[in-house]
Design a protein around this ligand. Structure first.
Ligand SMILES: NC(=O)c1ccc[n+]([C@@H]2O[C@H](COP(=O)([O-])OP(=O)(O)OC[C@H]3O[C@@H](n4cnc5c(N)ncnc54)[C@H](O)[C@@H]3O)[C@@H](O)[C@H]2O)c1
Length: 264
């Protein structure tokens, strides 16, 4: 689990096992996956079949598992539910895919970038809302669309304002809002009544999955055609163009860029 003050750029014993030309290297999130070899904690290892295409199943190492698992494991969306997904990057699109797999009857995709809507439709979104098109709070827009609010909402942006909007878009009585977005600089807030009225606010880390046992199962689901992954890859680049991939990510262009050791 993420813990304040805990370092995530070293091994769990607070040392780094990696060195380059005598200099100690830090390991981003304890993995360092931009290297051919690395040393990780055993809980971060998953054994998968040799036949699994690494340039696709790599997506199960974080974002896709997070969004999908937030729906399946954390929210436990029921068939026939009405859902709203805020933010249509890799995590949000995976949440849309999860809502469809769970049998949601209505999946409202919310993003301030309308270019994200066609891809959300591919994953099963039924309605599309750009908050910029409205001059009232997004919770009011969704309440009017759904006769009171959605059964489940998912925050996949990392904005405390969106977290609040996602919670308040849920229906009173039983609505559940799950946040996946990460923000370590601002506090979340809402009025007490929003929760007293019967809504539940939850968070989901890595979709509630445990890597060792769950990632191989997700890989099999992909291999059996039950999980879409190819659709998330909007570009592949050789490793020596990694900085272009970072620029795309920072500018929120495309969904996921996959890096190869050499150009394909
Ligand atoms: N909980 C976890 O285990 C976990 C794992 C991976 C990523 N994350 C976090 O999930 C979040 C999403 O990751 P991602 O890779 O999908 O990000 P991304 O940047 O690819 O996508 C974010 C999307 O949100 C949209 N957006 C921005 N402001 C918005 C607003 N006000 N209303 C609606 N949509 C808005 C953007 O247009 C974009 O489409 C990040 O905060 C990331 O750190 C959490």
């Amino acid at each position: 689990m993420f813990r304040p003050g805990k370092r995530y750029d070293v091994s769990s014993d607070t040392t780094s096992r990696l060195k380059c030309r005598g200099k100690t290297l830090l390991q981003y999130l304890g993995t360092s996956t931009f290297s051919e070899y690395t040393v990780v904690n055993e809980v971060a290892v998953a054994k998968i079949p040799d036949s699994a295409p690494l340039d696709k199943v790599c997506l199960l190492g974080c974002g896709v598992a997070t969004g999908y698992g937030a729906v399946i494991n954390t929210a436990k969306v029921q068939p026939g539910s009405t859902c709203a997904v805020f933010g249509l990057g890799g995590v949000g699109l995976a949440a849309v895919m999860g809502c469809q797999a769970a049998g949601a009857s209505r999946i409202i995709a919310v993003d301030i970038n309308k270019d994200k809507f066609p891809k959300a439709k591919v994953f099963g979104a039924t309605d599309f809302v750009n908050p910029k098109d409205h001059d009232k709070p997004i919770s009011q827009v969704l309440a009017e669309m759904t006769n009171g609010g959605v059964d489940f909402s998912f925050e996949c942006v990392g904005s405390v304002e969106v977290m609040r909007g996602a919670l308040e878009s849920c229906i009173k009585g039983w609505g559940v809002s799950v946040l996946t977005g990460y923000n370590d600089s601002q506090d979340m807030s809402t009025r007490c009544l929003q929760l007293l009225a019967g809504r539940t606010w939850k968070g989901s880390l890595f979709g509630g999955y445990k890597s060792v046992e769950s990632v191989p199962k997700l890989v099999w689901e992909y291999m059996e055609g039950k999980l879409q992954l190819d659709e998330f890859v909007t570009l592949t680049l050789p490793l020596d163009r990694i900085n272009e991939a970072f620029d795309l990510m920072i500018n929120r262009e495309g969904i996921r860029t996959v890096l190869h050791l050499s150009a394909q």
